[in-house]
Design a protein around this ligand. Structure first.
Ligand code: FAD
Length: 470
C-alpha cells in the first residue's frame, strides 16, 4: 500500500508470526503493511532466538566434537582453541543474512514495510512512531497483532545483561564464564547451558520444579537429564533462588529447597535467567481499543484468531499456546486465510517440539503419561539407538525412539525421539500422526538403510510385533 492508502491487512510485528502472515496475505491478493520496531525483520526467532542459538549450538558442538571425539575417529588436531569473536561473527552473519532475506521477500511480494513502534489508535488505525523520527498513521481494514513475547525475569532478580543475563545476553557473552548458573530448566536454558558447557563453562541448572522440561515424556526426560549430566551439566531441581548478590566480582545466589528449608549459597560469574517468556504488549494500546487479555497478558482470540474487537486479530507468542516459531507461522497463515474469506486450520495437538542439544530431543503428539491419564489402552514400542546401524557406524548412538500407539486400533498417539538429528526425523512422525497412521503403516514403509530414521520404523514394529534388530 502506498503511504496514506488503506491496507486490507496491517500486521504489527515482523516476527515469524507477523512476517509470514504479511507474505501470505499479499500472496492472497490483499494489500498488506507490516510494522516492525526492531529495525530488522524476523522477530525474536531470527534476531535473538531460534537462529542465533542454533548457530552457537552448532559451532560449540563442532568444538566439543573436535576436543572429545575426533581422535577416536582417527582425526588428530593440535592447538585446538576457541576463537569466540569468530564464533559470534559467524552467528551474526547468519542472522543478518536471514533477516535481510525477509526484507527481500517483502519486496518480492509487495508487502509495505514500516519501521517503527505501532500503537492501536482505533480498531482500524495504527499510529506508528517511526524509527527515523516522526509519526504516521497506518489504516487497515484488518489489524493483526503479532508483537510476540519478551524475556521474563523472576521476582527480586534484575536482568542487567552483564552479570545477570537473559537468553539475549547469553547469545553474545564476550568471554567464556568459568561458572554459569542457569535458572530454569526449559528448552532455552538447556540449549544455552549446553553451548557454554561445551565451550568450557561449569554449568549448574537451578529449577524450582522436580523435573527438567515438564512437557516431555517422563522416560525420555530421565534419559535426557542423564545424558546432560554425562556431559557434565549439574542440576539442582526442586530448588528456588531466594536472593541475589551482585556486589562482588561475580554473583552469589542464595538458594532454598522449593519446599522450604536450609539455605545455601551458589557462586557464579554469569547467571542466565530463563524462567519463561511473557507476551509483549507494552505500549500497544490494547486497553484504549478494549482488546481482552488473560491474567498472563496473552491476547484472547476466537477460532478465527479474532479478538473481542471486530477486525482486530492476534497470533503467535502474544496469544495462548506453545511459544514456538512454527506455531506462530501456522497461526499467521490460518489467520490471514480467515481474513481472505477462506478456511484456516492449525492442529495444536500436532505441533512438534524440539530441544536442539546433542543428541536432540523431539516429540509430537501425546506423552505416555498423557495417554495413560486419558484412560486409553495403549502399547509402547521402543528402539535404542545403540541397535541402529547408522548411529553405531558414526559412533553417535546415544538415545532412543519411543512410540505410543492405541492398543485397539494401533493408531499412533505420540512419538518421542532422543537422537542426533531427532529434530529432522520427527517430521516423519508428524506426518504419520497428521494422516492418522497406525504404527504398522510406518513399520511397513520402506526406509533407506543405513539411516537413523530406521529406528522409528523399528520402534513402530515393536509396538504391535517385534523389531528385527533387538
Ligand atoms: P516475535 O518473534 O517475538 O516477534 C514479534 C516482533 O514484534 C518483534 O520483532 C518485536 O520487535 C515486534 N514488536 C513488538 N511490539 C511492537 C510494536 N508495538 N510495534 C512494532 N513492532 C513490535 N522457537 C522455535 O520454534 N524453535 C526454536 O529453536 C526456538 N529457539 C528459541 C531460542 C531463544 C533463545 C528464544 C528466546 C526463543 C526461541 N524460540 C524458538 C521461540 C520463538 O523465537 C518464538 O516462539 C517466536 O519468535 C514467536 O514469534 P512471534 O512472531 O509471535 O513473535
Amino acid at each position: 500500500a502506498a503511504a496514506g492508502e488503506e491496507s486490507d491487512v496491517v500486521v504489527v510485528g515482523g516476527g515469524p508470526g507477523g512476517y509470514v502472515a504479511a507474505i501470505k496475505a499479499a500472496q492472497l491478493g490483499l494489500k498488506t503493511t507490516c510494522i516492525e520496531k526492531r529495525g530488522t525483520l524476523g522477530g525474536t526467532c531470527l534476531n535473538v532466538g531460534c537462529i542465533p542459538s542454533k548457530a552457537l549450538l552448532h559451532s560449540s558442538h563442532m568444538y566439543h566434537e573436535a576436543r572429545t571425539s575426533f581422535a577416536h575417529h582417527g582425526v588428530k588436531i593440535s592447538n585446538l582453541e576457541v576463537d569466540l569473536p569468530a564464533m559470534m561473527a559467524q552467528k551474526d552473519k547468519a542472522v543478518a543474512g536471514l533477516t535481510k532475506g525477509i526484507e527481500g521477500l517483502f519486496k518480492k511480494n509487495k508487502v509495505t514495510y514500516v519501521k517503527g513502534f505501532g500503537k492501536l489508535a482505533s480498531p482500524s488505525e495504527v499510529s506508528v512512531d517511526l524509527i527515523d523520527g516522526g509519526n504516521t498513521v497506518v489504516k487497515g481494514k484488518n489489524i493483526i497483532i503479532a508483537t510476540g513475547s519478551d524475556v521474563k525475569s523472576l521476582p527480586g532478580i534484575t536482568i542487567d545483561e552483564k552479570k545477570i543475563v537473559s537468553s539475549t545476553g547469553a547469545l553474545c557473552l564476550s568471554g567464556i564464564p568459568k561458572k554459569l548458573v542457569v535458572i530454569g530448566a526449559g528448552y532455552i536454558g538447556l540449549e544455552m547451558g549446553s553451548v557454554w558447557n561445551r565451550l568450557g563453562s561449569e554449568v549448574t541448572v537451578v529449577e524450582f520444579a522436580p523435573d527438567i522440561v515438564p512437557s516431555m515424556d517422563g522416560e525420555i526426560r530421565k534419559q535426557f537429564q542423564r545424558m546432560l549430566e554425562k556431559q557434565k551439566m549439574k542440576f539442582m531441581l526442586k530448588t528456588k533462588v531466594v536472593g541475589v548478590d551482585t556486589t562482588g566480582d561475580g554473583v552469589k545466589l542464595t538458594l532454598e529447597p522449593a519446599a522450604g528449608g536450609e539455605q545455601s549459597i551458589l557462586e557464579a560469574d554469569i547467571v542466565l535467567v530463563s524462567a519463561g517468556r511473557t507476551p509483549y504488549t507494552a505500549g500497544l494500546g490494547l486497553d484504549a481499543v478494549g482488546v481482552e487479555t488473560d491474567k498472563g497478558g496473552r491476547i484472547l482470540v476466537d477460532k478465527r484468531f479474532m479478538t473481542n474487537v471486530n477486525g482486530v486479530y492476534a497470533i503467535g507468542d502474544a496469544i495462548p499456546g506453545p511459544m514456538l516459531a512454527h506455531k506462530a507461522e501456522e497461526d499467521g497463515v490460518a489467520c490471514v486465510e480467515f481474513i481472505a474469506g477462506k478456511e484456516g486450520h492449525v492442529d495444536y495437538d500436532l505441533v512438534p517440539g524440539v530441544v536442539y542439544t546433542h543428541p536432540e530431543v523431539a516429540s509430537v503428539g501425546k506423552t505416555e503419561e498423557q495417554v495413560k491419564a486419558s484412560g486409553i489402552a495403549y502399547r509402547v514400542g521402543k528402539f535404542p539407538l545403540l541397535a541402529n546401524s547408522r548411529a553405531k557406524a558414526i559412533d553417535d548412538a546415544e538415545g532412543l525412539v519411543k512410540v505410543v500407539a492405541d492398543k485397539e486400533t494401533d493408531k499412533i498417539l505420540g512419538v518421542h525421539i532422543m537422537a542426533q538429528n531427532a529434530g529432522e526425523i520427527i517430521h516423519e512422525a508428524v506426518l504419520a500422526l497428521q494422516y492418522g497412521a497406525s504404527s504398522e503403516d510406518v513399520a511397513r514403509t520402506c526406509h533407506a538403510h543405513p539411516t537413523v530414521s530406521e529406528a522409528l520404523k523399528e520402534a513402530c514394529l515393536q509396538t504391535f510385533s517385534k523389531a528385527i534388530h533387538i
